[in-house]
Write a protein that binds this ligand. Sequence first.
Ligand SMILES: [Zn+2]
Length: 255
Amino acid sequence: MDLSRYVRQIPIIGEEGQEKLMKAKVLVVGAGGLGSPVIAYLAAAGIGKLGIVDGDTVEEHNLQRQIIHAGNVGMNKAESAKKFVERLNPEVEVVAYPFDIDPSNVLEIVKEYDVVVSCPDTFKARLVLNDACRILGKPMVHAAILGFEGEATTIVDTPCYRCLYTTFPKVDKTAIAVVGVTAGFFGCIQASEAIKLILGMDVLKGRMLRCDLRTMEFFEIEISTNPDCPVCSGKLRNIYPENYEGECEIVKLDG
Ligand SMILES: [Zn+2]
């Protein structure tokens, strides 16, 4: 196996660590502002297989932060991201899913991967991923951004995203203002968390990191398991479309 491409990181992670990365399968959901740095750094690090899910088309106003799509205005974002990865690191196997994640496809796609990185632009997608990852026992790296601010955590078993909130606002994604560097910063945190999960290192489990890049204030919120969480209590064991409508409240459970 030729590891020369990775010679600068092998002193840190070891050849064994590099081989773990090269055997790992990571799913990145959303190839937008957060997904762009996630995809770039995971591909560069030599992840074995990258799945990229996105149903959107690249538009000129995306390029302020979605830097992997340069030159690809008009192309599907998953396909555009695949082209970027193939140029950056041809050793990475890339699967492009040129559609949005939803209750009908999430379990089938997520089950193929070891780690999920959540970078979509809707609460519906974040929640369907959270629930599918918990049902299938897959770790999920979360981040969300607004303006100069953002948050990140890694969900391994419990607590999960639904332990934090029970209802979610309907947000028009086009109305959300974000500075490009905020996406870059939090996307890099997500890529770092995914790499550490694969290497078996400690991650932001049970800790929500929040930062304001305007003031450079960083703080953490401890997240604990909510005993009423329908996912962590094991009451939800399947994906039902009813749970991802309106404010995405869980209305249908098993049994
Ligand atoms: Zn939970």
